[in-house]
Design a protein around this ligand. Structure first.
Ligand SMILES: Nc1ncnc2c1ncn2[C@@H]1O[C@H](COP(=O)(O)OP(=O)(O)O)[C@@H](O)[C@H]1O
Ligand SMILES: [Mg+2]
Length: 315
């Protein structure tokens, strides 16, 4: 296969922990060609969606020295057997336009994962609203009075912006927090911005569990990301420690209920976040944590992923 990965700039990739890198290693070990480009290297030329892509050869593992590039080549998106959109959020307007170009490319015959329309349809925070049976009490509103009433009702709550990631815009507060008004004003901008409030789940001390779904199959181990001391967020990007562990019965119940419906929408790779017994986020843009699970359990997550990609492309 000729596989194209749309990535952030290569120097930003940390080979020792990067999921896209794990995908490249596995694909290349099976003899597939790896090509890369950035989101800005995709365009519409009047008839076709095209990319300026560069063939990449893996070599060594040293940071910065892990790849060798051929000359960039402009070509239509459908010249690749599979395109993996692996650019990290923010999900800004440029990202939105990229999903639209990718969708046009898909209509012209390209195979794009995750499906660009499904990426657009699943805001990573709001997507949980489809599954209220699995979530903690959750409110989404622009009304500051409702946010306040929610904290009063639940005693302690977490506030999230709908486009945050990596723990960047997560606040938690108790009903009697002297900063509560300022937290709400800052996030909600006096009614101008939507905020998600969720009942605080004390089980976060046991980790924010990342559960991976690949083409409708559930990866049998989660990565529990445990907040570092004095920190409320479990995200690895916020200093959390990842501990791989088998799925609990409840983890499996949630994962199995979501796996097939999400795959039927073209979401080849999904990263659920589960705290305690509650689904808190559905990551679809560029889910990670392959490496940590592979290294700690021996479960070949990258192998599962490339198996799935091969199967769907040859179909
Ligand atoms: N309901 C909750 N109760 C306790 N902590 C939470 C809750 N929701 C989120 N958090 C904390 O915030 C972190 C990030 O939350 P998440 O919703 O996954 O957003 P993102 O990962 O996009 O920043 C979690 O790792 C956890 O530490
Ligand atoms: Mg998360």
């Amino acid at each position: 296969m000729r596989v194209l990965l749309i990535l952030d700039p290569l120097p930003q990739i940390k080979t020792y922990k990067d999921t896209s890198y794990a995908m490249m290693v596995e694909a290349s070990a099976r003899g597939h060609e790896i090509h890369v480009c950035e989101q800005r290297e995709m365009w519409f030329d009047g008839t076709q969606v095209r990319v300026t892509a560069t063939r990449l050869h893996l070599q060594g593992t040293g940071e910065g020295a892990w790849y060798r590039l051929e000359e960039p080549l402009a070509q239509p998106l459908q010249a690749f057997d599979a395109t993996l959109m692996r650019k990290d959020p923010p999900f800004d307007l440029e990202y939105l336009y990229a999903t639209m170009l990718l969708e046009r490319g898909a209509a012209q015959g390209a195979r794009v994962f995750n499906d660009p329309r499904a990426i657009r349809d699943h805001n990573e925070k709001l997507a949980i609203t489809e599954y209220p049976q699995f979530t903690a009490p959750t409110l989404v509103t622009r009304d500051p009075l409702r946010l306040r009433a929610f904290v009063a009702e639940h005693g302690q709550a977490v506030f999230k912006l709908l486009d945050g990631m990596g723990g960047t815009s997560i606040f938690q507060a108790r009903a009697d927090d002297p900063n509560l008004s300022v937290i709400i004003e800052t996030m909600n901008e006096f009614g101008a911005r939507s905020v998600m409030a969720q009942r605080y789940l004390p089980e976060i001390s046991e980790g924010d569990k990342r559960i991976l779904l690949i083409a409708g199959e559930v990866v049998p181990f989660s990565l529990a990301r445990i907040p570092k001391k004095g920190e409320s967020r479990g995200n690895l990007a916020a200093g959390g420690t990842g501990r791989a562990q088998p799925l609990s019965a409840r983890d499996r119940e949630i994962a199995e209920a979501l796996a097939q419906p999400l795959w039927s929408r073209g979401l080849l790779l999904v990263g659920l976040d589960v705290i305690g017994d509650c689904l808190t986020e559905i990551n679809v843009t560029s889910p990670t944590c392959f490496r940590e699970i592979m290294e700690q359990t021996g479960c070949d997550v990258a192998g599962m992923f490339i198996d799935a990609l091969e199967a769907v492309v040859s179909r």
